[in-house]
Structures are given as C-alpha cells and as structure tokens.
Design a protein around this ligand. Sequence first.
Ligand SMILES: [Fe+2]
Length: 293
Amino acid sequence: MNTKMSRRRFLKRGIGSLLTGIVAVGGGGFYAREIEPKLLTIKKHTITHPVIPNGFNGFKILQFSDTHIGFQYDLSQLKELVNKINSLEPDMILFTGDLMDTPNQYAEINSIAPILKNLHAPFGSFAIYGNHDHGGYGSDLYRNVMKEAGFTLLLNEAHQVSLLTNENLYIAGIDDAMLGRPDIQATLEGIPDDAYTILLSHAPDLADQAADIGNVQLQLSGHSHGGQIQIPFLGAIIKPPFAKKYYEGFYQIGQTTDPLTLYVNRGLGTTRLPFRFLSPPEITLFTLQTLQK
Ligand SMILES: [Fe+2]
C-alpha cells in the first residue's frame, strides 16, 4: 500500500512541478503572474446554526487573510481592499494572519496602519498571528501595526460580542501553529457551553483539535492560499504544513450531529512564488442566520 501511495504521490508531484513550470513560463505565465493575483473575488456565504442568538440574525462578518504585503501585494491594492470591504458594510472584520511577507524587511511598514485604520465595522476588527507575522522577528512589529490600525489582536484569548438585548457570541483567536504557541483549551476557557463560538486559527488543520475539544461551531482560517496554483484534476500544488488536509472552502469536522464548520479562505497575496492559478484572491462575507429548532 505504501509503495502504491508513494508512487502516486511522486507522480502527482512530478506532474505538478511540470505543469507549474508550464504555467510559469508558457502562455499561462502572464495570466498567473499579472492577472489572477490582482483579481479580487467576493465570496458570500450564509452560516446557519441553532445556537446563533436571534439578535445576530443578519449579522455580517467579513474575513480577509494572507495579504503578504511586500512580496507581490502592494499598498495601492491594500487601499482598494479597504474601500471594497467598507462598501460591503460588515458588522465585524476578521483578519486571519500573514499581513506582511517579511515584516522586518518591509520598508513601508509605517504606511500600513494609516490605510487599515480606514476600515469601518461597528462591532470591531479582530486579528490573529500567522506564521509570517512571527517570522523575521516580526511578532512585535505586527502587533504594533495592528494595534495602531485599531484591531484587537487575539493571542490565545476570546472576546465576547454583546448586543443591547444581552445576547452574546464569542470570537476566539489562537496563536499560529508553525511559529507560535497555540492553546485552544486555554483560549476557550470561560466561554459558556451554550454560546456560539467562532475560532480564528491561521492554520486550518488545527480544526481537528478544535473539534475534539468541542464548543466551537465555526473555525475561520487562511494560510493555504488555496494552494496558490491549482491544476485541473490534480488540485492544489502547494500545501504548506498545517494546511495539508484542509486548504480551501468549507469542511464539516467531527461529530455528524454537531460538527465544527471550517472555512478556509484563499487569502489575497502570494508567497515564495509570485503566481496564482485557478485560486484567485478572495475576501469572504458571512451572514449569520439562526436556525429554528
Ligand atoms: Fe500566508
């Protein structure tokens, strides 16, 4: 079985590298380098769950992720993004990590917060660490930018979102799996058992642990870039550690009666290779809806 699996994997890798090369240097190269990375798709989803309090019916949550500013993504794109997000009028904004590609080498770091500060969301803007936010001694740099931009950085902690009607839900954020110290258990401590909880984890594959620990209804992640380059019939070519299993869109994980819903956002920027192919940048607008029991 192992020989068969490794042979298949070897073939997939070989064909993948070959096709990636074709995309890069052939006719698809211009598209993959100049066109698709600059596209901005808006994915709209309704999230239905019986535990969502009635008062949160229609509550709009905007997720954006993985800008990797300084690699291929620039400040003019960031400005355009802020305008686009504001035009969708979200109630809350969530950033799921990897703001700059290499924080300690990005010369225009001081220009980021003044742009992000223009985002509007009445219930606040929240962020978590991605691996690139810790990399290159970036932890403090990233924290300072997000703080100046008006984001609440959730580092293994949860925030209660309350309505005037005394109805609540929780936004919990964990540290990055690759370069940080995520602690799901500690993060969820103190959240009432019957509350609706959204967990932010840069790394999607931590959803298995979150589903085991329980009490998380929705996990929002990034990190994978949807594979960045997808090849028809073969799927995503690049799957980083902690995005091997889950790399794009929705997954239902754990108990079939009450599963955790995971959503993996494809992100906005690129890293390592300045290409996107069949994996366009996205921002995601979730609308909450109570499901009557
Ligand atoms: Fe990333």
